[in-house]
Design a protein around this ligand. Structure first.
Ligand code: NAD
Ligand code: MG
Length: 359
């Protein structure tokens, strides 16, 4: 897993920040943010014993560095932990010139980012992703916590000042978390890069992060996400494409109950369905069977939703943020690299779902 260090610059209307990807970067964070006197590192119970000490050691004795450890898992994106983290910011005397570092997956990044967005009307923060899925969540500035009535209901747009991605930290990730993150890279390839898509399909079973191309796939995926966010920061237009695979994916994730299947694994099934609908609507031909076979070989649990009922899934899809005037807006593909948003009515979608599942 060796990669010459790569840097991407994300430019949005109001901010500009680098994404640095490479080996061993966790040992360098301190010197990269040496101008901050007061730093709070937010992480979770799984990540802390693995990497927190190494990250802390990279700071100089001139800097005050505290840490805050969350329970691992989605439940930490709550009002309760938001409030506790704010208490910690006050207890550590963080001011407007202080820095928060999110060392973890999307859960840590979303919560710590939302605290950074709101504490003293917004302070700087750095994303240090430790999961593969967080290549997606750490870029684009969406930060949020959940409400009992819905995921990411309370949030903001607040970009980090730096994304520092030490890919060596992926080595300790459980397999299903690796699959989850790779599914989002496949999504990015589907939206913009046929060559990347084909390269991913050539990865041998069980070698997702072991394959030599992994760092390059990650870099390209992040570059695609960054380029979409640059054009449409607040999701009025092309940013919607990033929901490819998420219409059915979200429905499966919520119907099965969080934790049964990872987000990316559910999106993987959602992408197969979206491709299938694309063929029906646009008359195009997509590599669905190849992707499905590859997913099976890589251990994606693509049959775990077999027990779920079509009507229940359709109801979930209707509740999706993307549903408007009774129509469900799905991201489809005209070919790999060419996405399009299509409004589909409930009846037609139900028929597609029935046909897709009976094939
Ligand atoms: P996560 O943060 O819960 O991490 C998954 C699991 O891996 C956790 O148990 C964590 O403790 C563990 N872990 C993390 N790094 C590890 C490492 N290096 N070694 C071993 N274990 C490690 O989940 P996630 O999949 O990273 O992120 C999911 C969250 O991201 C969701 O809440 C989702 O809403 C959010 N998200 C946000 C955006 C956005 O744009 N803001 C985009 C996509 C997803
Ligand atoms: Mg997603």
């Amino acid at each position: 897993m060796l990669l010459n260090r790569k840097e991407l610059i994300v430019k949005t209307n109001f901010s500009q920040y680098p994404i640095q990807i490479g080996n061993g970067l966790r040992h360098e964070i301190g010197s990269k943010v040496a101008h901050y006197q007061n730093v709070l590192i937010v992480t979770d119970k799984n990540v802390a014993p693995l990497y927190l000490d190494e990250v802390k050691k990279s700071f100089s004795s001139q800097q005050s560095v505290a840490s805050f450890i969350l329970p691992a898992g989605e439940a930490s994106k709550s009002m309760e932990w938001y409030s506790k983290l704010l208490d910690a910011c006050i207890a550590e005397n963080l001011d407007r010139k202080s820095l928060i570092i999110a060392l973890g997956g999307g859960v840590v990044g979303d919560l710590a980012g939302f605290v950074a967005a709101t504490y003293m009307r917004g302070i700087d923060y750095v994303q240090m992703p430790t999961t593969l899925l967080a290549h997606d969540s750490s870029v684009g500035g969406k930060v949020a916590i959940n409400h009992p009535e819905g995921k990411n209901m309370i949030g903001s747009f607040h970009h980090p000042v730096l994304v520092l991605y030490d890919i060596d930290m992926m080595a300790t990730l459980p397999h299903q978390e690796v699959r989850s993150g790779y599914a989002e890279i496949i999504k990015e390839a589907c939206l913009d890069d046929q060559e990347l898509f084909m390269k991913i399909l050539s990865i041998k079973p069980g070698e997702l992060i072991e394959n030599q191309g992994f760092p390059q796939h990650l870099y390209k995926g992040m570059a695609i996400k960054a380029s979409i966010v640059e054009i449409d920061e607040k999701e009025y237009g092309v940013r919607k494409y990033l929901n490819f695979g998420h219409t059915l994916g979200h429905a499966i994730e919520t119907e099965l109950g969080y934790g049964k299947i990872t987000h990316g694994e559910a999106v993987a099934v959602g992408m197969l369905f979206a491709m299938w609908v694309s063929e029906r609507i646009y008359g195009c031909s997509l590599p669905i069977q190849e992707l499905k076979t590859w997913m099976k070989h890589q251990g994606y649990p693509i049959d775990d939703w077999n027990e779920l009922e079509n009507q229940a899934l359709i109801s979930r899809m209707k509740k999706d943020k993307k549903a408007l005037d009774g129509m469900i807006h799905m991201v489809l593909l005209k070919e790999i690299g060419s996405p399009s948003v299509q409004a589909i009515d409930e009846k037609a979608l139900l028929k597609h779902l029935q046909d897709f599942r009976s094939e």
